[in-house]
Design a protein around this ligand. Structure first.
Ligand code: PLP
Length: 221
């Protein structure tokens, strides 16, 4: 049996750390997304694979370029996954600000933690976990609540966006029906999908806006 490899999905986590190690560096390879909504977002699709293993780097370079090491000579079936130059240029400029934006998101998260603490203490909502060994970059600030739909509706009525990431766990997705999982098989994942609600979190968000969001959420209860 070939030795197994760990690929860390760090799509949402660029700049985050756990025990002083950057997200994406824990496994044999790490993957990042530059989808426009991400903390480091391009103006179109893009992504990155990082690794310290030459063999993996070589394999990924080959796969992203139609399976070629040498142009027009296809060693295997790959795909066109080269990072578009225009996106690369945009990302290169934005990269300089990433640390500052991530710090700002952490500050926004702290403000939400403070504003929403009373509701959490009453058991109405659950706040994102704060692991002292982790440094989150809060790509999203995700609450959990049995009253998610009511909260989302109240926010929407005030013109405030919220999002559900994600509504259906992988084991219940049609694409994986062949694995024969049933509802109830992974209760924690299913519960997370039924309760998670991301509220606005981005560097430009003002404290006034956060206070308004806090008030709207409180008004539900
Ligand atoms: C955890 C996670 N993995 C993978 C992806 C896919 O990234 P992309 O759309 O750049 O392929 C996303 C995108 O939202 C994600 O959040």
């Amino acid at each position: 049996m070939p030795a197994s490899k760990v690929i860390e999905d760090a799509a949402q986590a660029i700049g985050a750390e756990y025990r002083g190690k950057k997200a994406g560096s824990a496994g044999d390879a790490g993957t990042f997304s530059f989808f426009p909504t991400k903390n480091l977002g391009a103006y179109g699709d893009g992504g990155m694979v990082v690794t310290n293993e030459d063999r993996i780097a070589d394999k990924v370079r080959t796969l992203r370029f139609h399976g070629c090491r040498e142009k027009y000579y296809h060693e295997e079936i790959g795909q066109n996954s080269r990072l578009d130059e225009l996106q690369a240029a945009i990302l290169r400029v934005k990269l300089k600000y990433l640390e500052e934006w991530n710090t700002s998101r952490r500050e926004k998260a702290k403000i939400y933690d403070r504003l929403l603490k009373p509701l959490a203490a009453q058991g109405k909502i659950t706040l994102p976990a704060n692991d002292p060994e982790a440094k989150s970059i809060y790509h999203l600030y995700v609450l959990r609540s049995k009253h998610r739909e009511k909260i989302a509706k109240a926010l929407d009525e005030q013109g405030i966006a919220s999002g559900v990431y994600y509504p259906l766990p992988l084991h219940l997705q049609k694409a994986f029906a062949y694995l024969n999982y049933q509802a109830g098989d992974l209760p924690l994942a299913e519960e997370a999908c039924s309760q998670a609600l991301a509220i606005p979190c981005y560097p430009e968000l003002t404290t006034d806006q956060q206070e308004q969001i806090g008030q709207v959420i409180s008004s539900v209860f």
